[in-house]
Ligand binder design. Sequence first.
Ligand code: MF3
Ligand code: CO
Length: 266
Amino acid sequence: MIIYKSEAELEGMRQSSRIVAVVLGELEPLIRPGIRTRDLDLYAEKRTRELGAVPAFKGYRGYPASVCISVNEEVIHGIPSGRILQEGDIVSLDFGVLYEGFFGDSALTASVGQTSPEARKLIAAAERSFFRGLEQMKEGNRLSDISAAIQQSVESEGFSVIRQFIGHGIGRALHEEPQVPNFGAPGRGPKLRPGMTLAIEPMIAAGGYEVEILEDGWTAVTRDRSLSAHFEHTVAMTENGPEILSARTTDAARPRTSPLKESPNA
Ligand code: MF3
Ligand code: CO
């Protein structure tokens, strides 16, 4: 069952997603050669708690950290560790929080120092496909119009869409209905209606889309070990189309203020 959010619930979603945006936005400039992935995770957890929220992934099905940090051929669910990021790596940060009963979830992939043109093209393709999907969020369209647009965008750039992991509804639970695949035929699934809140999250690969899970039981890597990128926002369907709830200041998608300066659930 899809849970359509009231205006008050949407306001809760804005607040949790804004905390995700602030923390991810602060992590981004820390991504540089020499930093340990664990340091990024510890920073995120500390900032999240300062902002009065709880990391959403820590303890979720036994996941041991606050941020999923996936390097190069790692697709998602990489576990922060003593690994030191090297010039030329690409790194995906996937991060969620729970704040006053609502979840927010967002991911980005960034270059560590100078990266290859192919790596940068892959990162840009993941982000672009998200926005191609978002453009489909208009009344009258159906859920799989988003999926099909993402797939078309990714494949038109010569990359592949991961099949084994998909986006999801989000709200008072981290994962709600509906499932939001990043592939498939258009025109299927429920009509897009105001109040739907979705985590749209294309995961793509430079090579094939098959993945395998490493010994740690979490880290998903491309089977051919080709590079992978991920881009995700928590978005709401409104009367006026999509609203990106986890937009970062740098996205310029909408005006922003500090979560600290806003009264919770005003
Ligand atoms: N964005 C991912 C998801 O929606 C993050 C979950 S990671 C986990 O499933 F560690 F919490 F599982
Ligand atoms: Co997600």
